[in-house]
Write a protein that binds this ligand. Sequence first.
Ligand SMILES: [Zn+2]
Length: 280
Amino acid sequence: MAVLCMALMCAGSVRAQESSAQRREPGTVSFDESWTYAGNSAIHSGTAELYLASEEAGGGRKNVTVCVNAGHGTSGGGEAKTLSHPDGTPKVTGGTNAAGEVYSIAVSSGTTFLDGATEASVNLQVALELKKLLLEDGYDVLMIREGDDVQLDNIARTVIANNCADLHIAIHFDSTDSNKGCYYCSVPDNGTYRAMEPVASHWQEHNRLGSCLVQGLQQEGTAVFGDGTLQMDLTQTSYSTIPSVDIELGDRASDHSSDACARYARGLKAGVDLYCSAAK
Ligand SMILES: [Zn+2]
């Protein structure tokens, strides 16, 4: 069953639509071809899952839906390409795909930790832990991936989040091996990029959410890389119409034990609390 859903916006300012017109039911969320930018996705046969907090949760239901997106985990995702920007302009920074690229890999396979663990599996471990913490405290949670594979590319993940969540957090680790700490991919300080929709209308809230997540991670004991930001022109950012961040929790050399994953999740949860309390 496809769920068309929209929650109240914790920042209170972005959503033009009326939440009363939307369904908010727990369950499987299928990709809807009519959604804005849906036509740019190459891989979208998979589904996401929406979980609602119970009335008994923590301080009661918050009516805020957090999209938890465990990065990578789409087999075949490296062979498909999608438009880097919705308007077909080239990327302004490097990353998995080079600056100047009009097309980007639909979903890359991610990196591998020095001990052989895959980034995709560790991202998932943190995502599942974060889901639990959010639900316990009254947040609703949209899970993009809950197993090793979901057939949703980065555009599909973003479009589903745009239509069914209030915040979008993509969980990643970087491919360096210096154990450098966490940071978020901030919106490039580039006039052309920041003038392109939907980036123009949303880049400030992306950066504010990213900054809250890094602050939460730091509060819970995760080291921070530099000032906690690295400017990146990402597919996710280029297509997001809700506050949306790619958070890099560390790199290939970082601790990814169960305790560490629980700590990352606590940090991300603290960051969501910071963002939502500041937005009230
Ligand atoms: Zn990654």
